[in-house]
Structures are given as C-alpha cells and as structure tokens.
Design a binder for this molecule. Structure first.
Ligand code: ACO
Length: 377
C-alpha cells in the first residue's frame, strides 16, 4: 500500500475519504454531532452545550454547562494590545480579515499553556471567547463606540448580541442567533476543517490552525456564501426580477450563492431547519416581500432537471439580515461557532497524526536549463 499511487479522476478530492473522525457524520440521510442528530440538538440544546459536546465528546449536565460558561466568562475581555490593533486596522478591511489578524495577535498573550488534551480544550474555550470579543469590539469601534465588557455567565449568543449592542438582547434574536451557532458548529471534513487538520498534521499549534481555517472559511464558495446570499436577495425589487435573473444565471452556468453542496445532493439538513425559522421570523418582522424574492430564487433551482438545493448559508443570510445584523458580521459569526468544531478536529488530528502530503501530476515545462541573466532575452 505504501508505494502504490492512486490517481483521482475528479478534482477537489470528491468522494475521497482522507481520514477518520468520531466528531461528525455528514451524509445524505443524516447529520450527526458525536452521534446526536442535528434536528434534536437544534431543538433541545443551546450552543454552549453543543460546543461542550464537540470538545468533550458528551453533552454536559447542568453543572458542567455552568462550569463551561464560567470558563468562557473567565476568558472574555480583550487585552489593550488587541484593542489597539483593532483601532489600527483601516475601516474598510473585511471583518474576516480582522478576525484572522486579531486572533493571531491575541494568541501572543495566550492565557493557556501546555499541549495536554485538557489544556487544548481550555485553549479552544479561550478561542471561542476571544473570537466573539474581537468581532463585537470591531463592530462597536466601526460604529464609533468603545468595546464593552462582557456579561459574566451569559449564554454565548446572548453574550454576543450584548457585546454588539451594549443592551440586553430580546429573546427571539438570542434564540435564533443561538440556533445558527448550533447549526454552524461542525461539519466534518469541509474545506476549512480540512485546512485546519492539514496544518495540525504538521504538528503546528491550535491557534495557527484556527487562523488558517478562518482564511478558508472566508471564501465565498464556503462560509462567505451567507453574505453573498443576502447581497443577491437584496439586489431585486420583487420576485419577478429575481426569477428572471436566476433563470438567466442558470442558462449562463453562473453560480448562485447559497446553493449547492459537495456532499448533499438532495438538500442540506441545516438549511431545512433554518428555513423554517426564517419564515416565522420574516412573518414577525413583516418582511414577506423578502421571502417572495427568497422563494423566487429558490424555486427554479430546486425544480430544474438536476436540482441544486439551498445550503445552510442561504436561509442564514436572510436570518441575520432580519435580525438587523450587518452583512460583514455573517461569516465571522459562522467562524465564532465553527471554532468549536475546528478545535475538536485539531485535538483529534494530533492524537492520531500522520502529516498530510499528497502528490500532484506535473504539467509544467519539460526539463530545461538556466540561461545566465545577461544572455536572457
Ligand atoms: N449555482 C449554480 N450551479 C451550481 C451551483 C450553484 N450554487 N452549485 C453547483 N452548481 C452546478 C455546478 O456548476 C455543476 O454543473 P455542471 O455539472 O454543469 O458542471 C453541478 O451543479 C454540480 O456541481 P457540484 O459538483 O455538485 O459542485 P461542487 O461540489 O464542485 O461545489 C459548492 C460545491 C462549492 C458548494 C458549489 O455548489 C458552489 O459554488 N455553491 C455556491 C457557493 C455556496 O453557496 N457555498 C456554500 C457551501 S455550504 C458551506 O460552505 C457552509
């Protein structure tokens, strides 16, 4: 097996199993986090329980959840050096780039030492806290306000909304943001998690892996699609315009953001759950006009001969917009949740590690020799 070369006929590692994981199972029929169906987790758990489940392998009891929240509280609050860095970054820089830079910056003051599994779980908890602090602080600074201190012991979604706005969030916004965090928490070997695991396989540190994963998630073909999806919906004045556009886009073979998935060919479990909540939220907010555009884009996609279904990012863009959050926060919110999954994968990878090092088929020039610089044309 060691010297046998396996050549793939499709690009993008499609249908290739590159490793084992006990964290998440993604297939057409089900999405499980550590064995639990996503629909049950979405209905019965808050993000703190799911993050604990991903990092510790089991759902917490009430005392363990409190302990986990206390740890998050202990880690919340940015150092002055990080806030100073946030102030120095020009206003137009995308929030995902800010998050990438400032997590890296914050890690120079990493409050956790060691590489034991327990230390790594604590570092993951620190990363969860610091990521949401960075996004919230940047959001406030861009709006001419100083970052505020977090609220001790608050649940994660509550904390995030509180740190954005400086006021107590309403229950509906908190519950729906929490649901998106649960749905975004983990998704096996997607592009950002695979990036994270490749970097982990070099025996690099958890923060470097997280920063690399943020870079992968930022791309519009991955997490960046939730921002692109709402931008698309907002381009149209009504359903007719949207319908005409999407039919034309399909004819021209253009990508429609928030649709399609490498693994799910019959629909994304998370999108189904979130779309249900999005419809209720839109009704509450009196935005049926946006739902009509949402459906006008979706219908031709799912009824065509080879249907392409919405992925989680399509309803999520709408949900965040209806919650009044600015689009630049959407992918960072995804990252603030997925850190739990990335860190669980980091811990798993380093426990059963072999460096990732595939081969390539060379397609460059055949052998040639260097002409001295003074003789080159
Ligand atoms: N819009 C229009 N056509 C599409 C879309 C789309 N969103 N997605 C796939 N297709 C088409 C492909 O062009 C391809 O057509 P072809 O057979 O004529 O060449 C066919 O459907 C099959 O494509 P796949 O092989 O299934 O796509 P792939 O696995 O390479 O890419 C990806 C998956 C990147 C998610 C793709 O669907 C896409 O770009 N979607 C838009 C971006 C997006 O929403 N990303 C978020 C993904 S979910 C997440 O990361 C959380």
């Amino acid at each position: 097996m060691g010297s046998e070369i396996i050549e793939l006929d499709r690009q993008g590692l499609e249908n290739v199993i590159v490793g084992e994981t006990s964290i998440c199972c993604v297939d057409q029929g089900q999405l499980l986090y550590r064995g639990y169906p996503i629909a049950e987790l979405a209905e019965k758990c808050v993000f703190g329980e799911v993050a604990y489940l991903l990092l510790y392998g089991e759902l917490p009891n009430a005392a363990q959840l409190k302990w986990f929240r206390d740890q998050l509280s202990e880690f919340h609050g940015l150092r002055k050096e990080v806030v100073d860095t946030l102030r120095m970054i020009p206003p137009g820089v995308p929030m995902m780039s800010v998050l990438r830079t400032c997590i890296s910056m914050a890690s120079h003051f990493d409050p956790v030492s060691g590489q034991t599994v327990e230390a790594l779980r604590r570092r993951a908890t620190w990363l969860l806290a610091v990521a949401s602090d960075i996004v919230a602080a940047r959001y406030r600074l861009l709006n001419g306000k100083d970052p505020i201190m977090p609220k001790p012991g608050a649940a994660h979604a509550h904390q995030m909304l509180y740190m954005f706005h400086g006021t107590e969030p309403d229950d509906l916004s908190t519950r729906i943001l929490d649901l998106t965090l649960v749905l975004y928490g983990e998704h096996d070997f997607n592009a950002s998690t695979f990036t994270n695991r490749v970097v982990a396989s070099t025996a690099s540190d958890m923060t470097s892996c997280t920063v690399s994963a943020i870079g992968a998630l930022k791309g519009p073909l991955h997490g960046g699609a939730n921002e692109e999806a709402i931008a698309l919906i907002l381009r149209f004045r009504n359903a007719q315009e949207a319908d005409a556009w999407v039919r034309d886009a399909l004819a021209k073979k253009e990508k429609v953001m928030g649709f399609g998935h490498r693994v799910y060919k019959h629909g994304d479990h998370r999108a189904v759950i979130l779309e249900r909540e999005m419809r209720k939220l839109a009704e509450l907010k009196g935005r049926q006009d946006l739902v009509a555009i949402y459906d006008a884009i979706k219908n031709p996609m799912v009824t065509k001969e080879h249907p392409i279904y919405p992925n989680v990012d399509y309803p999520c863009g709408m949900v965040y917009y209806l919650l009044g959050l600015p689009p630049d926060l959407y992918t960072p919110l995804f990252a603030c949740s997925r850190i739990a999954g990335w860190c669980a994968h980091y811990i798993e990878q380093i426990q059963h590690n072999r460096i990732y090092r595939p081969l390539s088929r060379y397609t460059g020039p055949t052998l040639r020799h260097v002409t001295p610089i003074d003789q080159r044309a």
